[in-house]
Design a protein around this ligand. Structure first.
Ligand SMILES: NC(=O)C1=CN([C@@H]2O[C@H](COP(=O)(O)OP(=O)(O)OC[C@H]3O[C@@H](n4cnc5c(N)ncnc54)[C@H](OP(=O)(O)O)[C@@H]3O)[C@@H](O)[C@H]2O)C=CC1
Ligand SMILES: Nc1nc(=O)c2c([nH]1)NC[C@@H]1CN(c3ccc(C(=O)N[C@@H](CCC(=O)O)C(=O)O)cc3)C=[N+]21
Length: 296
């Protein structure tokens, strides 16, 4: 059985259209005030530049005002902290994103901790993550990529309560919060990481698989239970002389194999990636709406 495709690109587009109307309403209601998103980029990584450009474009489309600080690879930690402090204090900025990874001489933790929790649209602040992990507590923001994964599942009509879920990967930005979100939806969650024994066998018991291990096409067909739903977070560039950019993107899942087993599956590209950006905008609009309401 060939799996049904979960079209993240189309779903993200739909979400952006929904938000466009919401942003217009917010402006109407709050005397022309618009949500603002600030992106801090340090260095010249090609992939980071692509994401930052895509984020700015998506902001414009939805009516979010975008701010940006581009610092040189050699920028000091103090300079990055200064950029963050400036946006913390700026009332027209409702979301701050510091593009990761940062150059090695900069303490990522210190920079992320400096972002005001009210503007932490990435949801990486320990207080937001802590609340995400606690029953009866709600974070101000949920990390964009895991939030996008859950949105794809919900909009594809996948029932979650009581289901077995496997998350391959436990990073602070994807795997761990994805597992917390699934648990909040009453899934029974297994987190698989690089020291997990029998990873393949454990994964093959899951009704829902979220793959975020950063290893190109590692999750093969024999990792997937017949009829499971597969969300592939991975973005890996593999050299391909025939491709326009000299490389093509593949996920952490072997798509050809897994789509023979899964009932539904996301492609790469066009799956989780566009949803990450849509959820970033979502968080920014939600943050602005909260601030506007508090100011009024
Ligand atoms: N679509 C999107 O919007 C985004 C996509 N990504 C992509 O998602 C993927 C994951 O990203 P990220 O979480 O940042 O990556 P990290 O490298 O931070 O984390 C990878 C995780 O996978 C685990 N892992 C590594 N190798 C294996 C293995 N052989 N078996 C089982 N588990 C393994 C690691 O285990 P351990 O903890 O033991 O080291 C770790 O927990 C990447 O491909 C990245 O490019 C990331 C962010 C956004
Ligand atoms: N503070 C911070 N927040 C992040 O959310 C963050 C980050 N740092 N650092 C890097 C990762 C990665 N990430 C992606 C976003 C969009 C696509 C995306 O839109 N991908 C397209 C393809 C893009 C292309 O063609 O190159 C797709 O999958 O269809 C991918 C990856 C956000 N990240």
């Amino acid at each position: 059985m060939a799996a049904q495709l979960i079209d993240g690109k189309a779903i993200a587009e739909q979400i952006r259209q929904e938000m466009k109307a919401e942003v217009a309403e917010l402006k109407e209601k709050f005397g022309g005030k618009a949500p603002g998103l600030a992106v801090v980029l340090v260095g010249q990584r090609k992939d980071s530049q692509t994401y930052v450009r895509n984020k700015k474009k998506a902001c414009e489309e939805v009516g979010i005002v975008s701010f940006g600080t581009d610092l040189d690879e050699s920028a000091t930690e103090a300079e990055v902290l200064q950029a963050v402090a400036g946006y913390n204090a700026d009332p027209s900025v409702h979301g701050i994103l510091v593009q990761l990874p940062l150059p090695p001489h900069i303490d990522e933790q210190r920079v992320l901790d400096a972002i005001s929790i009210e503007k932490d649209v990435d949801g990486f602040h320990p207080l937001n993550i802590g609340r995400l992990a606690m029953r009866g507590r709600d974070p101000l923001f949920v990390p964009c990529t895991p939030k996008g994964c859950l949105e794809l599942l919900k909009r594809s009509g996948v029932a979650l309560s009581g289901k077995k879920a496997a998350v391959v990967g436990r990073s602070n930005i994807v795997g761990m919060p994805a597992a917390l979100l699934l648990q909040r939806e009453d899934c029974t969650v297994t987190v698989i990481h690089s020291r997990t024994a029998n990873a393949q066998r454990i994964c093959a018991e899951a009704d829902i698989v979220i793959a975020a291990c950063g290893k190109a096409e590692m999750v093969g067909g024999d990792w997937i239970k017949e009829g499971a739903v597969v969300i592939d977070v991975g973005i890996n560039a593999v050299d391909d002389a025939t491709a326009k950019r000299g490389y093509r993107l593949v996920g952490d899942v072997n798509f050809a194999e897994a789509s023979e087993k899964a009932s539904q599956i996301t492609p790469v590209p066009g799956g989780v990636g566009p949803m990450t950006i849509a959820m970033l905008l979502r968080n920014c609009v939600d943050g602005a709406a909260r601030t506007f309401a508090a100011e009024a």
